[in-house]
Design a protein around this ligand. Structure first.
Ligand SMILES: [Zn+2]
Length: 133
């Protein structure tokens, strides 16, 4: 059975055969025709240009993100204050039957007693109407 050489043995062999290995690499690298190599090199140069252009755009994005950061901080600070001092405006309120939730400050609010009593009476009247129909 053939045994696999250890890594140090392999590394020694590579070092010893360095010239030989270089010859092999040169041989493989010289296989493609010159015209194809030139065309490929042009594509490589074009690719480098694209990569440079992307780099410039990424620098701009980074600068914009940095410019945006203080505004993000202002927004979160202001939002925190607005949540603390929330006035529970109607457009943020959701009636969940037994209570009301403010979607802005996420507080659970009870239905004001008067309104609740009126609602219960109205439901009772609706029930009576349904029975009498
Ligand atoms: Zn609120």
């Amino acid at each position: 059975m053939e045994t696999v050489p250890s890594l140090p043995t392999l590394l020694q062999a590579i070092a010893r055969d360095d010239d030989e290995a270089t010859k092999h690499l040169d041989a493989v690298a010289s296989l493609s025709p010159k015209a194809e190599k030139l065309a490929w090199k042009r594509k490589e140069k074009k690719m480098q240009g694209f990569v440079e252009d992307i780099g410039k755009i990424e620098d701009q994005i980074l600068a914009l993100v940095k410019e945006k950061m203080p505004l993000d901080d202002e927004i979160s600070e202001l939002r925190e204050i607005m949540v603390k001092d929330c006035i529970h405006q109607k457009s943020d309120l959701a009636h969940l039957g037994t209570h009301i939730v403010c979607k802005f400050c996420e507080r659970k609010l009870s239905i004001p007693r008067k309104a609740y009593n009126a609602m219960v009476e109205a439901q009772a009247e609706d029930a009576v109407d349904e029975v009498s129909e």
